[in-house]
Design a protein around this ligand. Structure first.
Ligand SMILES: [Zn+2]
Length: 145
């Protein structure tokens, strides 16, 4: 059985649909402790067996990079919401979804797992992401909300 979990940023210019064989309750919920994620209250999820589709109105996604500069944090250009983090890994776009940024239903009331990745080397980071992140398709199109 497959689930389609959908949400969108505050203004609706960016929509995210997570296709996953799992129910929301069975997906991880992570609170990355880096300064970017903490200040935004980001809570992320991903399913290596799932697929993330992001629909963004043309010109509505800004990309922000910091630290190792290998990750694009996708921000709505209109409302500023942090939607997802993506990185190209071996030619494929992989990423995690910010449950908070798109107000994804089904995660309410859960205690997230605090994650600290500061000590990772770039290689360890890549290996972790290959293990946990999911394929992402980013499509520029007016979201069909
Ligand atoms: Zn927005």
């Amino acid at each position: 059985m497959s689930h389609q979990l959908a949400g969108h940023c505050h203004c609706g210019a960016v929509r995210a649909i997570l296709d996953t064989p799992r129910a929301a309750a069975d997906l991880p919920l992570r609170a990355c402790q880096c300064s970017f994620c903490r200040t935004r209250g980001a809570l992320t999820t991903s399913d290596p067996e799932g697929h993330l589709h992001i629909e963004a109105a043309p010109g509505s996604v800004n990309r922000y990079r910091f630290g190792l500069r290998v990750t694009d944090f996708l921000l709505c250009a209109e409302c500023g919401a942090y939607v997802a983090a993506v990185s190209e890994i071996e030619g494929a776009l992989m990423g995690v979804l910010n449950v908070r940024g798109v107000d994804l239903a089904g995660f309410e009331g859960r205690d997230p797992d605090p994650m600290i990745y500061d000590e990772e080397t770039p290689d360890q980071r890549l290996a972790r992401r290959q293990d946990r992140w999911m394929p992402v398709a980013l499509v520029e199109a007016q979201p069909s909300i």
